[in-house]
Design a protein around this ligand. Structure first.
Ligand code: PLP
Length: 470
């Protein structure tokens, strides 16, 4: 046991900011056209028993074997450049030495002790509260995003004594029943497991700048009209008992869609005036993904309830639900704790992740390299007839493919083809239909950002030629 501890401490001290670079030399490196024979073999055997795979896996059934930093290796020996971070999860790179060693320490020491506290939990809570804005300092920990969202919904009801919720078209908050009730639903889902939106949950239009429901004469989003509509909706369609507005600060699953800059400051005021809590689901956007700890900080807005997940433990399942100090007492009334939430390994992963963001100046890197991404994507929009729109902040990025820039008709077939072609060239990523979503690890430098964008641009060009656009 002692030996393991010595080893752990030693390894932590030797890692540097460039720990991932050696493994990334020469990527992507495709030695067998993917998905190769070994991938196919494992996939076919898995598929005999595993159902419910995501569309991205079905479209490109590769089997991964290793990940280190920004590099992924499949079972056929192909090396890929990671442009997805798992699914916005391994944001500080796969197997970050500090985070891995922090988790390992607790796998050898103490794995679970219900919600009794531990020194590592105490340190995590202090660190987390320290990096959060405002008085966001009443915390509970969970092991997946949807459960944290559920807890946020229960907290909103306990705080306000009200029971209704509003969320936005094309939002996504997880797959438990409360969370799916605040999200886009699909005909197929509804047919397979019945009417899924719970009573008291309502959806209202999202101010998508590229496809606004309410626009000014020049085509830009008319935020005031959205708010007027929300007001009318509350009066006409609810029983006037809205506990919370639940939103993603930027829609991740929906395709990296950010609202206009004046939306959240105005929505904050709107909620305050009506006694409605503002619940920012930062499971996907939080922990530096957009260049801030909280995406809402781009607009200087402090929500009442926040959820964290995905990047929070850089791959270890740990999530959080946090409310403002003035509402802390409500968390004692919602049976907040869970079996796995806040276990020592989880706390160690989250604490180490926050420390890495600080020590390696990750927010600064995201802010710097995002400038390159934006410039490059805007140039692609100029140069390519099927690139209709550029989206994103930080490393939460998207290119929207359309059949025609005038009609803006979504080009789903092109989305699928670009996805597969780029993957075949060595880019591991997870677009969403006709929106090419990109979520590279936050440690990525401009050189590798450029490599990834080259692969995407080449793939777009090939599709344009196949469809006779050029
Ligand atoms: C904004 C948001 N909230 C909640 C969730 C659910 O998280 P999990 O898959 O860990 O349950 C997700 C997952 O993609 C998400 O993007």
């Amino acid at each position: 046991m002692q030996h393991v501890h010595d080893f752990v401490e030693e390894k932590i001290t030797i890692h540097t900011k460039d720990w991932w670079k050696e493994a990334a030399a020469g990527i992507p490196n495709i030695v067998t056209e993917p998905p190769g024979p070994q991938s196919k073999r494992v996939y076919d055997k898995t598929r005999k028993f595993m159902r419910g795979l995501s569309s991205q896996v079905k479209l490109f059934p590769v089997c991964f074997d290793e990940g280190y930093g920004i590099t992924l290796t499949d079972v056929d020996g192909n090396k890929y450049l990671d442009f997805s971070s798992g699914i916005y999860v391994t944001s500080l790179g796969h197997c970050h030495p500090k985070i891995t060693e922090a988790i390992n320490k607790w796998t050898n020491k103490l794995m679970n002790c219900h919600d009794f506290t531990t020194p590592v939990k105490q340190k995590l809570l202090e660190k987390l509260v320290d990096v959060l804005p405002g008085h966001l300092n009443a915390v509970q920990l969970y092991s997946d995003g949807a459960t944290a969202v559920e807890a946020g919904l229960r907290a909103a009801r306990a705080i306000t004594g009200k029971h209704e919720f509003l969320s936005c078209y094309r939002d996504f908050h997880g797959k438990t029943m409360g969370a799916v009730s605040c999200a886009q639903m699909f005909r197929g889902d509804v047919l397979s497991y019945g009417p899924t939106r719970a009573p008291g949950f309502y959806m209202v239009p999202h101010p998508n700048p590229y496809r606004p429901t309410f626009a000014r004469a020049d085509g830009s989003v008319d935020t005031e009209r959205y708010l007027r509509f929300y007001d009318e909706f509350i009066k006409e369609a609810t029983v006037g008992n809205v506990a919370s507005f639940v939103l993603e600060p930027a829609q991740g699953w929906g395709g990296s869609i950010f609202p206009p800059d004046d939306f959240f400051p105005k929505l904050r005021k709107f909620c305050d005036e009506r006694g409605i809590l503002l619940f920012a689901d930062e499971v996907l956007t939080g922990m530096g993904r957009t260049g801030e700890w909280l995406c809402m900080s781009h607009w200087d807005v402090v929500p009442d309830i926040v959820t964290f997940g995905k990047s929070f433990g850089n791959g270890f399942p740990v999530t959080a639900m946090i409310v403002r100090e003035e509402y802390a007492e409500a968390l004692d009334r919602i049976s907040a704790s869970s079996s796995y939430g806040g276990n020592p390994m989880a706390c160690a992963a989250a604490l180490a992740s926050i420390e890495v963001i600080e020590d390696e100046e990750i927010l600064e890197n995201v802010q710097r390299v995002s400038g390159y991404f934006q410039k490059r994507m805007h140039q692609m929009k100029e140069d390519h007839p099927i690139v209709g729109d550029v989206k994103g902040k930080g490393f939460l990025l998207g290119l929207e493919l359309v059949k025609d820039k005038q009609s803006k008709e979504p080009f789903n077939e092109a989305g699928k083809l670009v996805y597969q072609k780029a993957f075949r060239k060595g880019l591991a990523w997870i677009p969403a239909g006709h929106i090419l979503r990109m979520s590279p690890p936050l440690i990525m430098d401009e050189k590798h950002a450029a490599l990834g964008m080259d692969i995407i641009e080449d793939s777009i060009s090939e599709v344009e030629r196949e469809y006779h656009y050029v």
